[in-house]
Design a protein around this ligand. Structure first.
Ligand code: CP
Ligand code: NVA
Length: 309
């Protein structure tokens, strides 16, 4: 029996394969209900606080609409409007907000901030992106893979680009669900060694092959899914010029995708920069599922909210 009430959602590594499957199936069920207009007000009278220290389109709007569809309420709090922006501690913020709301979603920089919030709050904390992880995005990606491919076993995902929060969460998510995952990164932009190791550890249960290479073609060979993300993530804007040079050979383009399976799917968490990490022909082409993927943020997060709160 799976009970997730009261838990935090900080990284996918905190969950078992069965628990992630539970979220995925619930997301698909809630999606069906929403499409057919069947009410599913599982969070009537509940409130979610949403703290944003970085920009967002998808995360903000999907959480806010998701809470509304579940019969609850979401409140957008930008760091500049909170006393946190003037130095109030994370722990005091956590304790105070816990007296008002039933859950807190936060998008911030260091992963330790989310951890500290969770350590001091008495309500569930949901990670809406940190420098290290983006678990809500990857849960939505897993929903999308499951819908489009029917299963995870034996599937192969190639991630091309920066060893960033997306790469980390994909490694962990794939390892747990049994998807082979190869990340191809330029030198000096590798994934964190401890996160790669953690993913390889988790992959022992599923037999997934988890690795990092320096050559995009090696990752894409025979892939079912090609995934990429921006070359410059939020918070690294100062490095943009250097990154444009370092990532020049890591573009997902017409030449690279020839190495994947014919029915490969193209994924991108968005926002995208056409002409940088991906060509317009690929992201706007027939194999791209980026808007289904973006839509699934809504359904996946409703499953998280309904389970935790
Ligand atoms: N993919 C994603 O998290 O998008 P936003 O930054 O728009 O929330
Ligand atoms: N890696 C990107 C993801 C945005 C959704 C960033 O952190 O900016």
């Amino acid at each position: 029996k799976i009970t997730l009430k009261g838990k935090d959602f900080l990284t996918l590594a905190d969950f078992s394969k069965e628990e992630l499957m539970y979220f995925i199936e619930l997301a698909i069920e809630l999606k069906e209900k929403q499409k057919r207009g069947i009410p599913h007000k599982l969070l009537e009278g509940k409130t979610l606080a949403m703290i944003f220290e970085k920009s967002s389109t998808r995360t903000r709007v999907s959480f806010e609409s998701g809470m509304f569809q579940l019969g609850g309420h979401a409140m957008f709090l930008s760091k500049n409007d909170l006393q946190m922006g003037r130095g109030e501690t994370i722990s005091d913020t956590a304790k105070v907000l816990s007296r008002y709301v039933d859950g807190i979603m936060i998008r911030t920089f260091g992963h330790h901030i989310v951890q500290e919030l969770a350590d001091n709050a008495s309500v569930p904390i949901i990670n809406g992106l940190t420098d290290d992880y983006h678990p809500c995005q990857v849960l939505a990606d897993l929903v999308t893979i499951y819908e489009k491919k029917g299963s995870f076993e034996g599937k192969k995902l190639a991630y091309i680009g920066d060893g960033n929060n997306m790469a980390h969460s994909l490694l962990i998510g794939c390892a747990i669900m049994g998807i082979d995952c190869t990340v191809a990164v330029p030198e000096n932009y590798e994934v964190k060694a401890d996160i790669l190791q953690k993913a390889q550890e988790r992959a022992k249960d599923t037999g997934a092959v988890i690795k990092q290479v320096y050559e995009p073609v090696l990752a894409v060979e025979n892939a079912d899914i090609i995934y990429t993300d921006v070359w410059t993530s939020m918070g690294w804007e100062d490095e943009m010029q250097d990154r444009l040079k370092a990532f020049a050979k890591f573009q997902v383009n017409e030449e690279l995708v020839k190495h994947a399976k014919d029915d490969y799917l193209f994924f991108h968490c968005l926002p995208a920069h056409r002409g940088e990490e991906v060509t317009a022909g690929i992201i706007d082409g027939p194999n791209s599922v980026v808007f289904d993927e973006a839509e699934n943020r809504l359904h996946a997060q409703k499953a998280i909210l309904a389970s935790l709160m």
